[in-house]
Design a protein around this ligand. Structure first.
Ligand SMILES: Cc1cc2nc3c(=O)[nH]c(=O)nc-3n(C[C@H](O)[C@H](O)[C@H](O)COP(=O)(O)OP(=O)(O)OC[C@H]3O[C@@H](n4cnc5c(N)ncnc54)[C@H](O)[C@@H]3O)c2cc1C
Length: 396
């Protein structure tokens, strides 16, 4: 794509350093449009690659292996890097309202700010539960738990995960694997650890094929995990600073030292208030160009976007796939070129790590479990992360 508008300046601002924007920054660095001022506003310098998060929990990866350095990536892209949290948009005056910086002007805007686990339906969740996202907060809590158990290994511990989708199940397997290993190394009875998984449907991994859900259920049961199906949590209360009670509609009460929230993805509240058209759950509605259906100069990708013509789950695999078409269309709109349609694939391969260097593949109606699938997952994930390292050789 050749630019013929080097004489004037457009402001393109990217909010959030999710998977799609990481790809946009890389592609921009390889093929910038002269005269366009590019800015990234992100609330953190290092952004997590979701595919490797459960593996990091199991102790297979360290922080550097699972995080992209957005500051370096912005330097490569020639982008301004603002470390700040966006809290609102002034769409009339084309300004971004941040927590720390004065309003930031834009001509074109793209949002890739992800999602957070739904908690509005659970009383006390904001105070007492640990959401799986933002990932950095989750990892901080996980480090503390590991330290507590290492320091006091002989005590009884209960850890409960609310949400039996792919993320919750994968966390349950990988947390169990890591903590059991610690306890075995310290020669402590692994029965001291109880892990509970609560899910509101009658089977785990709703949306995946039946075999995958059933196989993961057996793996968890064999590991000693307690699975509670058809249970809807309505409240979490605190007994003491390290003991909580999780109450379900059925009357079931579960006592736990830590409560993790891996419920369905929800959009941050502030998005709906901006005036951008959203779906009924607050995610930004975009057309096939990943362009807001209410504001043509605004684009969105990843979890925060809902494509009006396609229903797809909120998964990192789509955020990754949207990187290239988002980049193409951001450049096209600035250059006055025709935008290109993007259609997300209907079937996608999910590789769910089970914490023992095996993985389960879920692809449409097919499911398979094998050690080589873990190797494949590891290869795919490392290759993706490697593509953000040593970018100096990537300049055109
Ligand atoms: C435990 C778990 C495991 C998962 N495993 C998988 C998996 O194996 N495969 C898969 O496909 N999906 C997986 N998912 C889903 C996946 O995490 C998301 O779909 C994916 O991260 C979405 O990517 P994104 O680009 O939309 O946003 P994110 O990766 O969430 O990135 C958004 C970025 O924007 C930043 N940000 C947010 N708000 C603001 C703001 N107001 N101002 C500035 N910056 C902001 C955030 O800090 C973050 O860096 C998993 C989810 C969980 C919870």
């Amino acid at each position: 794509m050749k630019s013929n508008i080097t004489q004037f300046t457009h402001n393109l601002v990217l909010i959030g350093g999710g998977h799609s924007h990481a790809i946009v920054l890389k592609l921009w660095g390889m093929n910038p449009i002269p005269g366009v001022r590019l800015t990234l506003i992100t609330d953190r310098t290092y952004t997590a690659y979701s595919g490797m998060l459960p593996g990091q929990v199991a102790g297979f990866y360290d922080f550097e292996e699972t995080h992209i350095d957005l500051h370096s990536l912005s330097q490569f892209a020639g982008a301004n890097f603002y470390l700040d949290t966006v809290k609102d948009l002034d769409l009339k005056n084309k300004q971004i309202i941040c927590e720390k910086h004065p309003p930031i002007a834009f001509d074109y805007l793209s949002l890739d700010i992800g999602s957070v686990p739904e908690k509005s339906t659970i009383l006390g969740a904001s105070d007492y539960a640990i959401p799986a996202k933002p990932v950095s907060d989750f990892l901080t809590a996980w480090e503390k738990i590991k330290t507590t158990i290492k320091n006091y290994p002989k005590q009884l511990y209960t850890l409960t995960i609310i949400g039996g989708g792919a993320g919750g199940v994968e966390l349950a397997c990988n947390m169990r694997a890591y903590l059991t290993n610690i306890m075995k190394n310290l020669e402590v009875n692994t029965n001291n650890l109880t892990i509970n998984l609560i899910h509101k449907s009658n089977s785990l991994l709703t949306g995946h094929n039946h075999w995958v859900g059933k196989r993961l259920e057996s793996i968890l049961l064999e590991n000693g995990t307690n699975i509670y199906l058809n249970e809807t949590v309505f409240e979490i209360t605190s007994n003491s600073s390290d003991n909580y009670v999780i109450s379900c509609n059925s009357g079931l009460n579960i006592s736990s030292n830590w409560v993790f929230l891996v419920t369905q993805a929800s959009a941050p509240d502030w998005i709906e208030k901006t005036g951008l058209r959203t779906d009924k759950t607050g995610f930004i509605l975009v057309n096939d160009y990943l362009q807001s259906i209410s504001h043509p100069n605004i684009f969105a990708a990843g979890d925060i976007a809902t494509m009006e013509n396609y229903y797809r789950p909120k998964a990192g695999v789509f955020a990754v796939r949207q990187g290239q078409p988002l980049f193409n269309n951001l450049q096209s709109i600035i250059l006055g070129n025709k935008l290109q349609s993007y259609s997300p694939q209907r079937f996608y391969l999910s590789l769910i790590g089970t914490g023992n260097k095996k993985a389960i593949a879920s692809w449409g109606k097919l499911g398979l479990e094998a050690a080589w699938l873990w190797k494949l997952k590891d290869y795919i994930d490392r290759k993706f992360m490697d593509s953000f390292k040593d970018l100096s050789t990537e300049k055109n």
